[in-house]
Design a protein. Structure first.
Length: 254
């Protein structure tokens, strides 16, 4: 299929990006530092390693998704290779979905490498492995897939720099959406209250994918919550990709 061919080519292009390996290297270094920090805390070493490790996978995963992802469509336009691609019988939506699929494959490999290193640290310094950690990693990957879709949306009509800033902004706001709603409810100005409510429902609530605290402290996370969070993420990703296709279809490359 054409989507698979574009996805594989996108993956090959992404793994040649030097910034990918730089971010991955620093992620593994940060996880290693958690061992040192854990030694400074009596009786809490494994919790520090787990908390720091999951946070590192999330943070560096987002950086990889943004800095590698936002430039892929722009590079095709800058090098004018997009004219060759779109001159062939390849619909624009196929091109975009192929790019997105390649980014997801890149993220899967990077998250798997970080997760494998993280699991080794937990097994070495812990007394066993809590499989709830895999739930947290799974939701982190879903969050990264959502941020990648958002980054692809912005890259469809603006520069990589602005796309990266917008995507990182969505990531930050997405984790503060509940605070945004509370702020709006306490505001006296109806305009501010309405605006914050609008942004709350428009922007993704990324806290739906954040169960790191519960997992680290042994608080059970029901599968029902995992299911609803997964459904929410898939629906938001689908909506974002549809909007991206609509924007990209209208763009004039002449």
């Amino acid at each position: 299929m054409k989507i698979i061919a574009i996805a594989v080519n996108t993956f090959r292009e992404a793994v040649r990006d030097k910034i990918l390996y730089s971010l991955l290297f620093f992620a593994l270094v940060m996880m290693s530092l958690s061992v040192i920090l854990g030694n400074l805390t009596i009786g809490e070493q494994i919790k520090i390693i787990e908390d720091f490790g999951l946070g590192t996978i999330s943070l560096f995963g987002v950086l990889i998704a943004v800095f590698v992802g936002v430039g892929l469509v722009y590079k095709e336009i800058e090098r004018r290779t997009i004219y060759t691609i779109l001159s062939k019988p390849i619909p624009r939506w196929v091109f975009l979905l192929g790019k997105y699929g390649g980014l997801l494959l890149t993220l899967l490999v990077e998250v798997s490498v970080m997760a494998a290193f993280f699991v080794l640290l937990v097994l070495y310094y812990g007394v066993g492995f809590d499989f709830a950690l895999l739930k947290a990693i799974g939701l982190i990957y879903l969050e990264l897939a959502l941020i990648t879709a958002v980054a692809l949306f912005f890259s469809a009509f603006t520069t990589p720099t602005l796309s990266g800033l917008f995507a990182l902004g969505i990531f930050v706001i997405g984790h503060l959406s509940s605070d945004l709603k509370i702020f709006g409810q306490g505001a006296q100005d109806p305009f501010i209250s309405g605006l914050t409510s609008f942004l709350y429902y428009l922007l993704p609530n990324l806290e739906n994918f954040n169960i790191k605290g519960q997992v680290v402290h042994g608080i059970p996370v029901p599968w029902e919550f995992i299911g609803w969070s997964t459904l929410y993420g898939l629906l938001y990703i689908t909506g974002t990709l549809l909007l991206t296709v609509l924007v990209f279809q209208r763009r004039d490359f002449r």
